[in-house]
Design a binder for this molecule. Structure first.
Ligand code: DI6
Ligand code: FE
Length: 406
């Protein structure tokens, strides 16, 4: 296993060490195989690492590699036509109710071959990787029948064979009611979503189970039935909650001890209290807020005051967030939601790891995976500050690097 020491750089460890960003100036970092063996001030580097091959990073900034903890990267077609319709005045909900929206992507995804889905999704995955992303969560949810849900999850798992990236899959069978079950959401949950979940778990691995709790999707009672089935299989939970209205989805997923509640524009005080109690992460998705021209901002100040961990993700999907830049999501989280740049970076590293139930990445510390991003910036605030500019110099994935790895 390769051993090396990185020198001549500054670390934003994102570990709570008392300094903003967990900053360590004039740092060194020892990599042993896939892991960080040591990280700290260069002056304190223990003698046993000084003989290891050293790489000087010319004063650059090193952060944990980024983690995109909420994406729908796998889908057929795109919805540029719907974008045009919205610009002509139609709302996202009107389009969905008229058979467009998610359902049109379902048709395209059912019709696409596994190889075609992989090919189109890799272009979006590559856009994330060149920004220093090393871990990506990918949801199913555009199949809405057993075979297509399984097909989507297989495509997502193939990413890790095709690229140096770690994939966490979420089963999202309860994403929308397909046309063949129109007006029969309960039957869809019982006859399709839950049996497909069991089949996906068997074909596995499925890392988490997600749902869309909303007027245009599923009620809390329907989601609870999916959660009961997931819990029986021992799978962790996530939920699209309080995106367009407040149905109490955040409190529901928190009651099940879920990993995260995502979107949250319409979240209220009871949901915040329930999330705090359960340790459920608030995943903010400013790309969807922006695309839908939403005006209700998630209650960031109240989440912060309650001490609920806040993550930031792209929600990359063809309808509400055709966004394949986590750096831009971080910028939007600051400008639109008033996160601090430090919260935005924590949201795409430490808190994103937590939203995925991962304890071995998201901060720089001994024993963590050597998933690192090296940036041509002087200060970590620049990562959320620049718009449409990518200052990545290189990325390390499990201790191995290449310039952009592609
Ligand atoms: N909320 C979203 O923003 C996406 N899914 C969800 O549950 C939208 C998915 C789409 O419009 O295709
Ligand atoms: Fe989503």
């Amino acid at each position: 296993m390769a051993q090396s020491v990185l020198t001549d750089m500054h670390l934003a460890t994102m570990a709570p060490n008392g300094a903003p960003y967990g900053l360590v100036r004039d740092a060194a970092l020892a990599i042993d195989g896939q892991e960080i063996a040591w990280a700290g001030r260069a002056a304190d580097l223990p003698a046993n690492y000084t003989g290891w091959p050293a790489e000087a990073l010319d004063g650059r900034l090193v952060t944990p590699a980024l983690i995109d903890c909420h994406t729908h990267l796998v889908f057929g077609g795109n919805r540029a036509r719907e974008f045009e319709l919205r610009l002509e005045g139609a709302s996202y909900e009107e389009i969905a109710r008229a058979g467009g929206g998610i359902v049109s992507t379902v048709k395209a995804t059912r019709d696409a071959s596994e190889d075609d889905l992989l090919k189109s999704a890799l272009t979006r995955l590559d856009a994330l990787i060149v920004e220093g992303v090393a871990t990506v969560e990918v949801k199913s949810g555009y199949g809405l029948d057993r075979d297509t849900e399984l097909k989507m999850l297989r495509v997502a798992r193939r990413f890790a064979d095709e690229r140096p990236v770690r994939i966490k899959t979420s089963f999202l069978g309860a994403h929308a009611v397909p046309p063949d079950y129109d007006g029969r959401a309960d039957a869809y949950i019982d006859e399709v979503a839950i049996p497909a979940l069991r089949a996906a778990h068997e074909a596995g691995p499925v890392d988490a189970v997600d749902g869309f709790c909303e007027g245009i999707a599923f009620t809390p009672e329907q989601i609870a039935r999916v959660f009961d089935a997931a819990t029986a299989l021992g799978l962790p939970l996530k939920l699209h909650a309080e995106q367009l209205s407040n149905l109490g989805g955040a409190a529901l997923v928190a009651r099940y001890g879920g990993l995260s509640a995502d979107h949250l524009e319409y979240l209220g005080a009871p949901g915040i209290a329930a999330m705090k109690k359960a340790g459920t992460v608030a995943v903010l998705l400013p790309g969807a807020f922006y695309t839908l021209r939403e005006s209700q901002v998630p209650p960031v100040e109240a989440l912060r005051a309650a001490g609920v961990p806040i993550a930031v993700a792209t929600d990359c999907n063809p309808g509400s967030s055709p966004l394949a830049s986590l750096l831009l999501a971080m910028n939007m989280a600051c400008t639109l939601f008033r996160l601090t740049p430090e919260e935005a970076l924590a949201g795409a590293t430490r808190q994103a790891a937590r939203a995925l139930g991962l304890a071995d990445c998201g901060v720089i510390a001994a024993g963590m995976r050597a998933d690192l991003a090296v940036w041509d910036v002087a200060h970590p605030a620049e990562l959320a500050y620049w718009i449409g500019f990518n200052p990545l110099n290189r990325r390390y994935f499990g201790g191995r690097h290449g310039r952009h790895d592609l």
